[in-house]
Design a protein around this ligand. Structure first.
Ligand SMILES: [Zn+2]
Length: 409
């Protein structure tokens, strides 16, 4: 078993993809006696790569992507079919093989069942409709699956420095994203041994290009899609970066991420992205903050907004560059709002929480505090006492204004 390290490049797309890859590794790890032991460090992701006899990681990853991740996004999208969200959540835990039974059990009209079943036969990678490798342009799901398998294999063999792959795909320019690997000259869908391709007439050779679906990279900074036309025809994005681009797309689709955070520290980035998604998790965990706080000094953070465009695909827009300490403070204050117990008479608690969080985002902590104070009263004495404790913590946090949090949590 060998230990591998994958380094952060500082590129938001690649690093977000790397973090989602980390998450998938963790899931596979949990289901398989901790064989991978993935760990996140400040600037790299580390994991154990078992030998083929020990564990087939390539097959496990393929299965996780196709049968768990993509299947779940497909089920998620059934909300457009007006299916009960409770059922959707239930079905996410099942498999494609059980779909028809589930639909029948839920008494979905036959016509709709047929429609959904038909759709389920064409599950491709999200946002890659035009991709001849992973999207509908691959012409069949079988082709897409075969390409994905090849691609996963390619990623791992490059990781292990196997030169056989270089013979197949050639060595092009240095990748403009990671600045480490060389981009391939040929792509996985037109694989030839280099000596064969050299003997082909120039016109018959098909070169790997920076295709439209890799645009998320170049579009991430200034988001000008028209730039694409100016890009060089040959590829300057390596297979590994393309690999992480897939995980990036999966992340956006699966988590419906509206914001992305990038900073120089992968541990922070993972933490902040998770927090910022503002899901229904319980956010307030002292030990969690402690971990973040002890890991590094304050750093500048970039916040991106994610937008989807039917023609251009995913677009990232730089929203804000803020200090790590400020963002951490905002998140902590929002955590207090989440853990606050609003009175039963209060009808739209989630709207109210959103409103208070918006005040916090706009640095209007005074108004947020007033709202908490206004909802403090509760019929049950112990809940009221609890709310008081939250408000006190809230004030303490606000009072720390201007202080450096790191190391003090
Ligand atoms: Zn690269």
């Amino acid at each position: 078993m060998d230990t591998f390290k994958l380094y952060s490049s500082g590129d938001i797309v690649r690093d977000t993809g790397l973090l989602y890859f980390y998450r998938l590794l963790r899931e596979i790890n949990e289901q398989n006696q901790s064989i991978l032991q993935p760990k996140l460090a400040l600037n790299y992701l580390e994991f154990q790569l078992p030998t083929e006899e020990e564990f087939d990681l390539e097959a496990a990853l393929f299965n996780q992507i196709i049968n768990v991740e993509l299947y779940q996004t497909f089920i998620q999208d059934l909300s457009a079919e007006k299916i009960d969200p409770v059922l959707i959540n239930e079905w996410k835990q099942s498999s494609l093989g059980e779909l028809r039974t589930n639909l029948l059990k839920a008494k979905i009209p036959t016509k709709q069942i047929d429609k959904i079943m038909k759709k389920s036969e064409t599950i491709y990678f999200p946002y890659l409709r035009n991709s001849g490798k992973f999207g509908a342009n691959a012409q069949s799901v079988q082709n897409f699956h075969r390409n994905l398998k090849t691609f996963i294999q390619l990623f791992f063999s490059r990781l292990q420095g196997e030169s056989k792959e270089r013979e197949f795909y050639g060595e092009g320019r240095v990748c403009g994203i990671c600045h480490l690997e060389h981009a391939g000259v040929y792509d996985i869908t037109h694989k030839y041994a280099a000596d064969i391709v050299e003997s082909l007439p120039e016109k018959q050779r098909i070169y790997r290009t920076d295709s439209k679906y890799l645009y998320t990279f170049q579009g991430s900074q200034n988001n000008t899609f028209s730039n694409y036309a100016d890009y060089q025809q040959d590829s300057a994005i390596c297979f590994s970066c393309e690999f992480f681009n897939l995980f990036f797309l999966l992340y956006i689709k699966k988590e419906k991420a509206k914001y992305l955070v990038s900073c120089q520290n992968l541990v922070h980035m993972e933490f902040l992205q998770r927090k910022i998604r503002m899901k229904q998790d319980i956010y307030y965990q002292q030990s969690f903050y402690y971990q973040v706080a002890k890991s590094t000094k304050s750093a500048r953070i970039r916040l991106y907004q994610v937008a989807t465009d039917p023609n251009k695909g995913l677009l990232l827009k730089l929203e804000d560059a803020i200090e790590f300490d400020d963002l951490l403070k905002q998140i902590k204050l929002m955590d207090f709002v989440d853990s606050f117990s609003f009175p039963e008479e209060q009808k739209n608690v989630s709207d109210l929480k959103q409103l208070i969080k918006r005040f916090i985002l706009n640095k209007n902590n005074e108004m947020a505090y007033q709202y908490l104070l206004g909802n403090l009263i509760n019929r049950e004495a112990n809940i009221m006492a609890y709310n008081w404790s939250i408000v006190v913590k809230f004030i303490e946090e606000v009072m720390k204004e201007g202080e450096n949090y790191v190391g003090k949590v």
